[in-house]
Design a protein around this ligand. Structure first.
Ligand code: 9WN
Length: 440
């Protein structure tokens, strides 16, 4: 801490630090999650980043989302990575020459002039667009921000509820662990175990040039990630004839889909359109989520493996995310709060932040990525959910920890859920962004 910081409050220090991270990671038309580990634009990162940026520079927040959605494919998908052509190929794996979106994705309408991945990530974007608009409605209206974003956001949501309803029950499926945003969650171990990995000598993991191997997914995980992505690419990223070997209904992705559908209703209203269609979908999606993914026994939402036709009985923080939904049945919300406070997640008791995976689970590892560490974006969603359902004291406690640990960890990518010790990369954008949002 320098002299200037000593005379300021911890909140001012946290705010200034977060602002410094977001300033440093802005690359002209978007923000990189991390200058070293993730040097391109990532889809759900940009949504969280825009939610923070709106308090600092509303125009930059609008721009962040506009840049991402400019890379949308004609079939509606918003790619999980938009590549920066000035970054060397070796800086990140898999690089554009792996995905070959502009040639392999032709049938799905991938952009010609921008290279992207062919996968998607959780749909936080309509929520982000709505919050960004509300931060500065005057400039948003002048620039036609919502008017331009709305059709793109609708197409994105319809891609997920249409081509991605692989289970036929009104929920979206992910077709690759990267699509959950929670890459090596133990939830994906059973469906991934059926995938033949490619040899680890066939690719070079650029992530290990920047991150500790113990904090990252294993080579075996990567062998399977590569196999799945290659298969999708070699089928032209077409969902209907790809024979997806991995298809899972994830509660986190589907809860965010519903939350964004609420936001689309708000956006439609602000544009003078009828929001009824969005509200009908909100109800249908919420019902499908509860019917198909709620597990009474554990008091948590669990993923459903569409290929095996069975529930994945692993307990991850993704199953708590539906708490953000206003329309969740009250008894389900109450049960989720009990689970968050119970031995699996220890909120307000044994943990400082909600761990990404069950503390009592056989695969729990407090250091390894999505197998135990606590992540700031997920905890921001849980904090909103707690507040939404009237759990103010738990929400306030979590908010205080998030702000404190973000600053203390130098805006770490993730932290040990019990000690709060920093893990992963530092100066991570969404950690800074949610800190700004919680402080404003
Ligand atoms: C693969 C950028 C992304 C996040 C994900 C996180 C991690 C990428 C990786 O980084 O995934 O998409 O290379 O490990 O798991 O949630 O969006 O921050």
């Amino acid at each position: 801490m320098d002299r200037a910081d000593q005379s300021t409050s911890p909140h001012t220090t946290a705010y200034n630090g977060a602002r410094r991270v977001l300033t440093g990671n802005w690359v002209g038309a978007s923000t990189v999650p991390s200058r070293s580990l993730y040097p391109h634009q990532w889809s759900w990162d940009s949504a969280f980043i825009a939610i923070g940026l709106r308090h600092l520079w509303p125009l930059r927040a609008q721009r962040e989302l506009e840049t991402l959605l400019a890379a949308q494919w004609d079939d509606g998908r918003v790619p999980h990575i938009v590549f920066n052509p000035s970054v060397p190929l070796a800086a990140y794996f898999p690089s554009p020459d792996f995905w070959r979106s502009s040639s392999a994705g032709t049938a799905c309408g991938a952009p010609r002039a921008t290279e992207t991945s062919g996968l998607v990530q959780p749909p936080v974007h309509a929520l982000a667009a709505w919050l960004v608009h509300r931060a500065d409605p005057v400039s948003s209206r002048q620039r036609g921000f919502l008017r331009r974003m709305y059709p793109r956001l609708v197409a994105w949501q319809r891609y997920l509820t249409g081509a991605r309803d692989l289970g036929g029950h009104g929920l979206a499926s992910i077709v690759h662990p990267w699509e959950s945003g929670m890459d090596n969650s133990p939830c994906w171990d059973p469906p991934l175990s059926r995938i033949e990995p490619v040899g680890s000598d066939t690719f070079h993991r650029a992530d290990l040039d920047h991150g500790r191997a113990d904090d990252r997914p294993t080579d075996l995980d990567y062998g399977r990630y590569v196999r799945l992505a290659e298969n999708y690419r070699d089928h032209g990223y077409r969902d209907h004839d790809c024979g997806h070997p991995f298809a899972v209904e994830d509660p986190g992705v589907n809860a965010l889909l519903v939350l964004s559908e609420y936001a689309l209703a708000e956006i439609a209203g602000a544009l003078g359109r009828d929001p009824a269609d969005h509200l009908v979908r909100v109800e249908e999606l919420t019902n499908a989520l509860v019917k198909r993914l709620w597990d009474e026994e554990s008091g948590l939402f669990l993923p459903f493996d569409v290929i095996a036709g069975e529930t994945v009985r692993e307990h991850s923080a993704a199953g708590l995310i539906p708490l953000v939904l206003p329309g969740l049945p009250e008894r389900t919300a109450r049960a989720l709060v009990r689970t968050a406070r119970g031995p699996r997640f220890g909120l307000g008791d044994t943990t400082r932040m909600v761990p990404s995976y069950d503390l009592t689970g056989h695969a729990h590892d407090p250091s390894r990525y999505w197998r135990g560490p606590a992540w700031f974006n997920v905890n921001w969603l849980v904090e909103r959910g707690l507040r939404r359902h009237g759990e103010l004291s738990l929400a306030n406690g979590l908010r205080a920890e998030l702000i404190h640990l973000a600053a203390r960890s130098r805006y770490a990518e993730y932290v040990d859920p019990v000690s709060g010790e920093a893990r992963g990369t530092r100066d991570f954008s969404w950690t800074a962004a949610v800190t700004i949002d919680l402080l404003t």
